[in-house]
Design a protein around this ligand. Structure first.
Ligand code: IMP
Length: 420
C-alpha cells in the first residue's frame, strides 16, 4: 500500500513541506518522475534545505529514500546534493537509486539550452526534456550502465559518439564530438565511483517493503498543469506529473495506491512560458510574489503570480483522483480586502467551466470573495482560530474544486500547519 502526493497547479505548490511533515509516518519516500528541475525548499528551525533530486524524507531520520526508475538523474547534481546530508558514507542504506533510472549527460543540458534559444518553453535548462527524449527514443543510458561503466566503456563511447554526431549534424549542437563525448565519459566515470553503491533494483525493494507491511509515500514533482499529456502543452515538462505517473515511475501497481493528496496554493504561480489565465502582472501579482517569496528554488527565476484558478484545480483533482487537498500558503493572502477566484473562462464567445486544450484562448471570469484584512492566518495552528473569512475562503475553494481541504499551511515552518 502506498500514499501519493501530487502537485495540482503548475508546480511549486509546497509538496516538499507536506512530505517533510508526513514523513515521520512512513518507512519509504519515493520520487518517481522529473529530475533536478524540481526544487523543494524545506525549513526546519534555522536550517533551510533545498532539495532537487533526493526525496524529502531524507530530513527525517529512519526514512528510507528512493529515486525511482521514472526519474532522470544528473549525477553531479545528485552528488552535490548528497553532500548537504553528509555525503556517501552518511547516506548508504538511506538512499537508493533505481538501476532503471535514466542519466542526464552534459550534452543533454547543452541541447536543452540550444533548443531554448530557438523555441523557448522557459525550461530550467537542466537537460530534462532531451534526456527523456533519448529515453523514449530508446537510446538513453541508465543507472545500470553507470554501475557497469568500466566493462561497457567502449560500447558506451560508440553509442555516445553516434548520438552526439547526429545532434551536431542536425545543427542542435556545435561543439566537437570528442569534446562532448569526453565530458559525458567523465561524468559517467565519477558517477560510477560515487553512485554505484546506491544503484539497485528499487522496484524489487519496494515490492519487498510492501510484503513486509512497510508504509510508502510517493512524492510527485512539478505539477499537473505541467504534465506532458494533460498540461498546457507544449509549455510542459517532459514527464507524467499526474498520479498515473507514480506507478510507471516506481514499479508499484495502480491497486497499490491507497490515497492521493493533492497540493495546491491558495493562489497560483507558474515559472517559464505558457498559458496562465489568472496571471496578474500588476500590483496584486507583485505583492503575492514578494510576500510568498515566489522565486524558483532551482533557477531563482521570478514566478508569475495570480489568483486561484478553480477550474484548473478541479481539472487536476479529477486527473489525479485526489481524495484530499493540502492548501498551502494561506497566510500570503493575509491583508487583502478582497480576493478574486477564477470560477469560469470566457472562451470562443461563451462561458465555460472546463479547461480547454488551448488554454491560451481562455479569459478568466472571477468571483470576488471578502478577504480577512486586519486579521491574520499566519502561524495559526487550529482551524477554529482562523479568521472567519479565511474559513469561508477555504469552504468556497472546497466547493469549487470538489475535494476536501484536509491540511492548511499557514507558514513555511514545519509546525505552521492545521489538520482538519
Ligand atoms: P523542464 O522541466 O526544465 O523541461 O521545464 C519545462 C517547464 O516546466 C518550464 O516551464 C519550467 O519552468 C517548468 N518546471 C520544471 N520543473 C519545475 C518545478 O519543479 N516547479 C515549477 N516549474 C517547473
Amino acid at each position: 500500500m502506498a500514499d501519493l502526493i501530487v502537485g495540482i497547479q503548475w508546480g511549486d505548490e509546497g509538496k516538499g513541506k507536506i512530505v517533510d511533515v508526513l514523513a515521520k509516518d512512513y518507512d519509504y519516500i519515493v520520487r518517481y518522475q522529473g529530475g533536478h528541475n524540481a526544487g523543494h525548499t524545506i525549513v526546519v528551525g534555522d536550517t533551510k534545505y533545498a532539495l532537487h533530486l533526493i526525496p524529502s524524507g531524507i530530513i527525517t531520520p529512519n526514512c528510507l529514500n528512493i529515486i525511482g526508475n521514472g526519474v532522470v538523474i544528473e549525477p553531479s547534481a545528485l552528488i552535490e546534493e548528497m553532500r548537504q546530508f553528509g555525503g556517501e558514507q552518511a547516506l548508504l542504506g538511506r538512499l537508493f537509486i533505481s538501476d532503471r533510472a535514466h542519466i542526464i549527460l552534459p550534452f543533454h543540458q547543452k541541447v536543452d539550452s540550444s533548443l531554448e534559444s530557438t523555441n523557448a518553453i522557459g525550461t530550467t535548462k537542466k537537460g530534462i526534456g532531451p534526456c527523456y527524449t533519448d529515453k523514449i527514443a530508446r537510446i538513453g543510458l541508465r543507472a545500470c550502465d553507470v554501475r557497469n561503466f568500466p566493462a561497457q566503456r567502449q560500447a558506451i563511447t560508440a553509442r555516445l559518439s553516434e548520438r552526439v554526431q547526429s545532434l551536431i549534424e542536425s545543427g542542435v549542437l556545435d561543439s566537437s564530438v570528442e569534446e562532448l563525448v569526453q565530458a559525458s565519459l567523465e561524468s559517467l566515470e565519477s558517477a560510477h565511483k560515487i553512485l554505484s553503491p546506491f544503484i539497485t533494483d528499487t522496484t524489487a525493494l519496494l515490492w519487498e517493503a510492501q510484503e513486509q507491511g512497510k508504509k510508502i509515500l510517493l512524492e510527485g514533482a512539478q505539477g499537473s498543469m505541467l504534465d506532458i499529456d494533460h498540461g498546457t502543452y507544449p509549455f510542459v515538462t517532459s514527464s507524467t506529473t499526474i498520479a498515473a505517473g507514480s506507478c510507471a515511475g516506481s514499479g508499484l501497481a495502480p491497486r497499490d495506491i491507497t490515497s492521493v493528496l493533492g497540493i495546491m496554493k491558495a493562489y497560483c504561480t507558474r515559472v517559464g512560458h505558457g498559458p496562465f489565465p489568472t496571471e496578474d502582472c500588476g500590483e496584486y501579482g507583485r505583492i503575492l510574489r514578494d510576500k510568498g517569496v515566489e522565486f524558483g528554488t532551482t533557477t531563482g527565476r521570478e514566478r508569475r503570480c495570480g489568483s486561484f484558478d478553480a477550474l484548473a484545480a478541479r481539472y487536476a483533482c479529477k486527473l489525479n483522483g485526489c481524495d484530499k487537498i493540502a492548501l498551502m500558503k494561506l497566510d500570503v493572502l493575509d491583508g487583502f480586502e478582497t480576493i478574486a477566484v477564477c470560477v469560469a473562462y470566457q472562451y470562443q464567445g461563451r462561458k465555460i467551466e472546463y479547461v480547454p486544450s488551448d488554454l491560451e484562448n481562455a479569459t478568466p471570469m472571477y468571483e470576488i470573495l471578502p478577504g480577512w484584512a486586519g486579521e491574520m492566518s499566519k502561524g495559526v495552528k487550529s482551524y477554529d482560530a482562523l479568521p472567519e473569512n479565511a474559513k469561508a475562503y477555504i469552504a468556497r475553494l472546497e466547493e469549487l474544486v470538489g475535494v476536501k481541504i484536509a491540511l492548511i499551511s499557514t507558514g513555511a515552518e514545519r509546525s505552521e500547519i492545521i489538520y482538519r
